[in-house]
Design a protein around this ligand. Structure first.
Ligand code: NAD
Length: 475
């Protein structure tokens, strides 16, 4: 059987499904092929983000934070509770329910937009033909005027510590542990390591984070990273830096993870090990010979600034192409490509992709760090406002952290905003919007912010760049 569509999208994750919906909104016939398979064998749209990443991790972060706060932070509010106990199956049930609702939601969105779905493994053939192999082995070939590859990414394995799906798991497995491990070792203190380490630490695990690099959060502004390290240390989440993992063995007492650092050979014994050393593009077996699409040495589909591959009318977006592996970056690319296909204007501003780490305190930033500005010889001024001086943060009993705003010393243009503190991931949206509109620090200074809100910290940080903050001393 051979069918023809205007647009065929390979992958129904956060890059692919918005591309499909936008294509349909643009009056094009669209079909989305997805190979996701849950542990119970069922298919689902939404990719890693909805099924095993962003959404379930945020559900567990929220629940574990409430458990932690009920135990340790309610008393100061004058709220007395009896013994707080953990019902982990109920927590998992809530997580799974959210995932089911959200992934089912995409199916509903597809239906109302008129996007067709087909579950199976897609392979691109020459001439924009896509062969889809269903789980029962049956095959069909679909032809499309345009193909958008949005095949996402998969967890990177560590050769020295192979996954066994039980004691040694990836990030997806780490979200579903049926018991709280007494000792948890997380290899990789990046975004996933910190978020999952936080979840299980709050639920009672003793967590050891092993990080290969000598610097903590090297991609973040180092003033922010320093504050994060200080806060995580207090929580028992301090990463062991410069740790080179050489292997692991499963013994009677647990998994022994061997590593070396500046102090020499070391080991950690843990009941569970989570490998969180990054993700790699999911492109193995994706292309038949002769498609004209190129894959680089790291497995990424090679694309230009507008997500065009070398092959005519074949595009690629999201985690399987260059740039940060972030759902929101993939979404913007997917939507932009479907607009380009329809002949509409589209633009993705790669300089303004916000980053968020959903720990407590939350961490978020956009634009350049102080280290990048120094390295680039760009004259800048910095304004820092601590949440300890925010009335709303005090009322929330969440005063750790600050907003740091960097602006050009001469032009006053906002160059970077770095937030560690309550709701940082929400607050950063104002900074992204301001920077998207090429705002100056003065623009933010002259923008009224409701009182009392956390957002006032952004206002005050903008004022602090000119030493005109009102609610904190200007240094
Ligand atoms: P990451 O790149 O953020 O962190 C991986 C960490 O592992 C790095 O610090 C790296 O130095 C370290 N590492 C690599 N090899 C190691 C080794 N052998 N031993 C010890 N440490 C080692 O990747 P991640 O945390 O796995 O996340 C994967 C992707 O998913 C990232 O692109 C991330 O941005 C994305 N993600 C984003 C969010 C979010 O936006 N909140 C959440 C989860 C994942």
């Amino acid at each position: 059987m051979s069918e023809t569509y205007d647009v065929l999208i390979i992958g129904g994750g956060p890059a692919g499904y918005p591309a499909a919906i936008r294509a349909a909104q643009n009056g094009l016939s669209a079909i989305c092929v997805d190979a996701w398979q849950n542990r119970d064998g069922s298919s689902a749209l939404g990719g890693t983000c909805l099924n095993a990443g962003c959404i379930p991790s945020k559900a567990m972060l929220e629940s574990s934070e409430l458990y932690h706060r009920a135990q340790h932070e309610l008393a100061v509010h004058g709220v007395r509770v009896g013994a707080v106990t953990l019902d982990l199956p109920a927590m998992h049930k809530r997580r799974a329910g959210i995932v089911k609702g959200m992934t089912g939601g995409i199916a509903g969105l597809f239906k109302s937009a008129g996007v067709k779905t087909i579950f199976g493994q897609a392979q691109l053939l020459p001439g924009r033909q896509v062969q889809v192999t269903a789980r029962d082995g049956s095959m069909q070939t679909i032809t499309a005027r345009h193909v958008i590859i949005a095949s996402g990414s998969v967890p990177t394995a560590l050769n020295s510590v192979p996954f066994d799906g039980e004691r040694i798991v990836d990030s997806g497995g780490a979200l579903e542990l049926a018991e709280v491990p007494r000792r948890l070792c997380v290899i990789g203190a990046g975004v996933i390591g910190l978020e999952l380490g936080s979840v299980w630490r709050r639920l009672g695990s003793e967590v050891t984070l092993l990080e290969a690099l000598p610097t903590f959060l090297p991609m973040a502004d180092q003033q922010l990273a320093g504050e994060a390290a200080r806060q995580f240390r207090k929580q028992g989440l301090e990463p062991r830096l410069g740790a080179r993992v050489s292997g692991a063995s499963v013994g009677k007492d647990g998994v022994i993870v061997n590593y070396s650092d500046a102090k020499g050979e070391q080991n950690v014994v843990a009941d569970r090990v989570v490998i969180a050393v990054g993700r790699r593009p999911n492109t193995a077996g994706l292309l038949a010979d002769g498609t004209g699409v190129k894959i680089d040495e790291r497995g990424f589909v090679v694309v230009d600034e507008e997500c065009r591959t070398g092959a005519e009318n074949v595009w690629a977006v999201g985690d399987c192409v260059r740039g940060p592996m972030l759902a929101h970056k993939g979404k913007e690319e997917g939507v932009a490509v479907s607009d380009r296909i329809a002949g509409r204007y589209a633009h993705v501003d790669y300089a303004l992709v916000p980053s968020v780490i959903y720990t407590a305190p939350e961490i978020a930033w956009v634009g350049q760090t102080e280290e990048q500005l120094k390295a680039g010889g760009i004259p800048y001024k910095s304004g820092v406002f601590p949440f300890a001086a925010s009335g709303r943060a005090k009322a929330m009993e969440s005063t750790a952290g600050f907003v740091k705003l960097l602006a050009h010393r001469q032009s006053d243009a906002i160059l970077g905003v770095h937030v560690i503190g309550p709701m940082a991931g929400e607050l950063i949206a104002e900074a992204v919007l301001a920077m998207e509109f090429r705002a100056s620090a003065e623009d933010l200074q002259r923008t009224m912010h409701a009182h009392p809100t956390l957002a006032e910290a952004m206002h005050e940080a903008a004022l602090a760049t000119d030493k005109r903050a009102i609610d904190a001393p200007n240094r």
